[in-house]
Write a protein that binds this ligand. Structure first.
Ligand code: ZN
Ligand code: ZN
Length: 137
């Protein structure tokens, strides 16, 4: 289950759709099903990391989830597919992202508290959340 959010710029009318949650991915997959699957377009570094961890850990769980980030420096928002690798509840690896705009390391943002962001097109601060939709898959 996930959510889709629509952001609209009140200055230039640009709109952007973002996802958060399980969305269209299956979570709690086994290592081999994730590595073998063509459905997952894993970054080569993530793939390598999972293979390394799998050599030492027998009960790895892989969770994929869409998360929304707002860069704390340039205030632009984006959604990313986070891959989290854990064993017995302990997180061993989680994908880290950098802002595509200014290259700052991104931290997860609480979308419910997010009141505004910067419009990627006109850089106005009047880029606001206008719609929230719940999705099932
Ligand atoms: Zn940035
Ligand atoms: Zn704009």
């Amino acid at each position: 289950m996930g959510y889709s959010y629509l952001f609209n710029c009140r200055t230039c009318q640009y709109s952007q759709k973002l996802y958060e949650g399980w969305g269209f991915m299956v979570h709690d997959q086994t290592v081999n099903s994730v590595l073998d699957s063509t459905q997952f377009n894993l970054h080569y570094k993530t793939r390598k990391k999972i293979q390394e961890l799998a050599q030492w850990h027998d009960e790895l769980q892989i969770k994929t989830e869409y998360k929304i980030y707002r860069c704390h420096r340039c205030l632009q928002i984006s959604d990313k597919l986070v891959v989290q690798v854990s064993e017995k509840g302990e997180v061993l690896h989680e994908t880290q992202f950098k802002c595509a705009n200014c290259n700052t390391r991104l931290k997860h943002t609480n979308i419910h508290r997010l009141k505004f962001a910067i419009c990627p097109r006109c850089k106005s601060k009047r880029f606001e959340k206008s719609k929230e939709l719940m999705l099932w898959n």
